[in-house]
Write a protein that binds this ligand. Structure first.
Ligand code: HEC
Length: 272
């Protein structure tokens, strides 16, 4: 029979620590750093990344890398710290509200060896969902031709003018854009130009929206008006040197229509 003394406990503790280190050292990519994080990818970080980052950080999304598997997310620990936990002001695509607990989770996980957690609890694969957040628009206006981002260009501005014949006489309450190629459409300034040259600003579309852009006051479309879209294209390093095309659609919603999604995304699913 083993008598549990202080020295036995010390011995057991030392053995447990050694075992823990040995196990950590066996996991590829985690060998260099001791696991100190109480937050684990599968259990804690995946839901956070899915709900707050996954609209863009999903394969094919506007961000350069997925954060939705442990293999994809773990190498970004350092970058994550710089992006979210430094004093630098966040770029427009990262201006989201995160609670101090969520920031703390990211810091602890990134600093603490980015542990995977229980391998049997690996999250379901997430694929890009590229659909209208507010449902099919009343007036969809597709770009008349695809826009090509040449292999040599990292960014481009593209102005398109779309006749609003199909919307004339209708009162519009919201507007949205559905990217043809979600990986490169960075922003779009949308306005209505009347036959007399006057314009009305509708708003600026950005990726990762969860609802159409609601107009402050509804707008009746006059005969002869057109929609002007100033679309900003930009590639990330992931698509370096590739010829990429986009043919986005701009959607108008009649005033009074509900344009927010009816339900939260399903577990494992990401909205565009
Ligand atoms: C609205 C879209 C969007 C959302 C939401 C978003 N990101 Fe990003 N993120 C981007 C884009 C776009 C870039 C690439 C910027 C560039 O290099 O042009 C980026 C870059 C990054 C980078 C730096 C990559 C590098 O090349 O160094 C990190 C780290 C990052 N995001 C983490 C996150 C995390 C964590 C979240 C959630 C808390 C998040 N992002 C949410 C769009 C988004």
């Amino acid at each position: 029979m083993i008598r549990v003394t202080a020295s036995t406990i010390r011995l057991l503790t030392a053995a447990a620590v050694a075992l823990g280190l040995a196990l950590a050292a066996q996991t590829p990519g985690e060998a260099h750093k001791a696991i100190t994080s109480k937050y684990l990818f599968n259990e804690d970080m995946f839901p956070l990344f899915r709900d707050h980052c996954g609209r863009c950080h999903v394969d094919g999304g506007v961000a350069p890398m997925s954060l939705l598997t442990h293999e994809d997310a773990a190498p970004w620990a350092e970058s994550l710290r710089l992006e979210f936990l430094s004093e630098e002001p966040a770029p427009p695509w990262h201006q989201m509200k995160l609670t101090s607990r969520q920031l703390d989770m990211m810091l602890v996980w990134a600093n603490g060896g980015t542990p995977r957690g229980d391998a049997t609890k690996a999250p379901p694969p997430v694929t890009l969902v590229n659909t209208w957040a507010g449902g099919t628009p009343d007036v969809p206006l597709r770009l008349p031709a695809p826009f090509t981002l040449d292999a040599a260009a990292n960014e481009a501005m593209h102005d398109v003018v779309l006749p609003l014949t199909a919307a004339a006489g209708r009162t519009i309450g919201a507007v949205d854009l559905l990217p043809g190629n979600p990986a490169i459409v960075r922003s779009a300034v949308l306005l209505v130009k009347n036959a007399d040259g006057t314009t009305r600003d509708l708003g600026t579309w950005m990726p990762g929206r969860t609802a159409a852009i609601a107009l402050a006051t509804p707008l009746k479309i006059a005969a002869g008006a057109s929609l002007v879209a100033k679309i900003e294209y930009r590639r990330t390093w992931k698509y370096e040197g590739q010829v990429l095309t986009d043919q986005s659609t701009i959607g108008l919603y009649e005033a009074g229509r509900r344009t927010t999604p009816p339900a939260r995304p399903t577990p494992g699913g990401a909205r565009r």
